[in-house]
Design a protein around this ligand. Structure first.
Ligand SMILES: [Zn+2]
Ligand SMILES: [Zn+2]
Length: 244
């Protein structure tokens, strides 16, 4: 499978960039994970919009969800222009029904709820979920194609069950919204120390820091994480890829 960072900013995108969005591809199937501000613009560098098969959202905060409306318009415009009926499937949880309903834009985009207690099969991917500690109901995802396993923490403060959920992942994509000296718990996020301990205890083979803050030097995040975890650690960047 091939994983590409489309956007990685916490809260809002910096100039010319995007907030949370990640593309996962295998055997011609294309799944977008989260759809924050700027994602539709940047996604086109990696995937024609009409070739996207499915979207799954971790939660309904704007930095993970705000581009849903223009993604729907993109499919409408394509279908109208080409005279086609290419449907996009959008998966979301039902813990906020009002926001979930915004995923649907028939006949172009069909919303399907995921049950976090069950494994969801999407194209070649099997996805399992763990509810995180965050002000809005949010789900971490463990995604496998049978060979490779990627774990995405989505937005969360640190809690023990994440270790087991992320155990032995080939790639752990962890939100790292705060520096070590800051207490991120009230905001429902992790700092670099939390992420380092998580990656170490999960025995992650590789770590990607994402959902990055708008202040400070991101290289400090990496250094702080690496004082707890000695695996390969990188900062998310637009277009960063992992393939295995
Ligand atoms: Zn959030
Ligand atoms: Zn967020």
């Amino acid at each position: 499978m091939k994983f590409t960072v489309v956007g990685y900013w916490h809260g809002y995108p910096e100039a010319g960039e995007a907030s949370s969005g990640y593309l996962l591809e295998k055997d011609g199937f294309r799944l977008l994970i989260d759809c924050g501000s700027g994602v539709v613009s940047h996604l086109q560098k990696y995937c024609p919009l009409d070739q996207l098969d499915a979207l799954i959202v971790s939660h309904y905060h704007h930095d993970h969800f705000s581009d849903i409306g223009v993604l729907q318009y993109a499919r409408l415009v394509h279908n109208a222009w080409k005279g086609e009926e290419k449907k996009l499937i959008a998966y979301g949880h039902l813990h906020n029904k009002e926001k979930y309903n915004l995923l649907s834009y028939e006949p172009h985009v069909t919303a399907i709820p995921y049950n976090p207690a069950k494994v969801l099969n999407v194209g070649p991917f099997s996805i399992s979920f763990l509810q995180t500690k965050h002000p809005e109901p949010c789900f971490a995802m463990k995604i496998t194609d049978g060979n490779t396993t990627i774990v995405y923490t989505a937005d969360t403060s640190y809690f023990q069950e994440l270790h087991q959920f992320a155990l032995d992942s080939d790639l752990l994509i962890a939100e790292c919204t705060f520096y070590e000296h800051q207490d991120p718990t009230a905001a429902g996020h992790m700092n670099s120390r939390d992420v380092g301990i998580l990656a170490k205890n999960a025995n992650a083979k590789q770590l990607l820091l994402t959902h990055l803050p708008h202040f400070g030097d991101h290289n400090e995040l990496t250094k702080q994480v690496m004082s707890y975890y000695d695996g390969q650690t990188e900062l998310a960047k637009t277009g960063w890829t992992f393939e295995k």
